[in-house]
Design a protein around this ligand. Structure first.
Ligand SMILES: [Zn+2]
Length: 287
């Protein structure tokens, strides 16, 4: 008989799924197991995340994760997505394969297995470019190197926001949630979501946010909060930057100088052509 103090809910489910169907006394075992199920605590979920992350979560990190469930976005659907992620409620292929043994536990993107929670959101190699581009964008927006990290990828919290301009924490929490939503939209697809789609979806929700702030009379607050992202969006070359491999800020400066030089040459050529035309007209009427 199972002791409820020995197993957490998730371990209990794993245990039940591992039982042989021809085992003697199966019904009694299942009955005892189900009777011993108690509402799982957040400690169980925390321990599972710590196993996945390979490190203990500090109390302040755990509190930040819980707070961000409600504060990342005003949209109830977004909050629900974040709640389900924090509680590991989505059905991964690894979990489904335990329920249905005939099901393939491999990741649909990289074919690696098991396609568990941490793999589907963070460690899948097919997501590397997606997250690298997003964190590259954060680094440009806040002019500080922000490396991809699983805590930010999964929960939207990062300790590197201290001292950054604007509401960096709110921007990262909201936009990383958009990225997680995109991963869920591409959950069963062979291809991962891409960076331009993340930009497009974020701007879509920002349009709604702007309307919300405007209706409340807080338009200036919106612009102050979202300036880093909006400035990033306004300069197309910045948005192209993460899509190019091995690009540095030096490359960006050189690119801007070249573009300005080309624009300067075009203006000079137009002025010379206009002067020549004026001279020809004057000569024509003079003689
Ligand atoms: Zn994968």
């Amino acid at each position: 008989m199972l002791d409820k103090n020995d197993r957490t809910l998730w371990e209990l489910i794993d245990h039940i799924l591992s039982l042989s169907l021809v085992r003697k006394g199966l019904i009694s075992t299942l009955y005892d197991s189900i009777c011993n199920i108690t509402p799982h605590s957040l400690q169980d979920v925390r321990r599972l995340w710590e196993n996945d992350l390979g490190a203990e979560m500090a109390d302040d990190q755990r509190e930040a994760v819980l707070k961000l469930i409600h504060s990342s976005s005003p949209c109830a659907r977004h909050s629900l997505i974040q709640l389900k992620i924090a509680l590991r409620a989505h059905l991964t292929k690894a979990k489904l394969a335990k329920i249905f043994p005939s099901m393939d536990p491999a990741c649909p993107r990289c074919k690696g297995q098991p396609a568990d929670y941490i793999h589907m959101f963070w460690s899948c190699p097919r997501l590397n470019t997606f997250w690298a581009n997003i964190f590259n964008a954060y680094s440009i927006m806040f002019q500080k190197n922000i490396a991809p990290n699983p805590l930010c990828v999964l929960f939207g919290c990062t300790p590197e926001i201290r001292g950054l301009k604007g509401k960096a924490g709110a921007i990262i929490a909201f936009t990383s949630l958009i990225a997680r939503q995109l991963i869920l939209l591409f959950w069963k697809k062979n291809s991962p979501p891409n960076f331009p789609r993340w930009i497009r979806d974020t701007m879509h929700f920002l349009t709604l946010e702007k309307i919300r702030y405007t209706l409340k009379g807080y338009l200036q607050e919106f612009e102050r909060s979202w300036t880093p992202f909006l400035e990033y969006y306004k300069i197309p070359v910045l948005r192209l930057l993460p899509l190019l491999p091995s690009v540095t800020p030096f490359f960006l400066i050189v690119l801007c100088l070249i573009l300005h030089f080309i624009l300067f040459l075009v203006i000079i050529i137009i002025i010379i052509i206009i002067i020549i035309i004026i001279i020809i007209i004057l000569l024509y009427y003079t003689y």
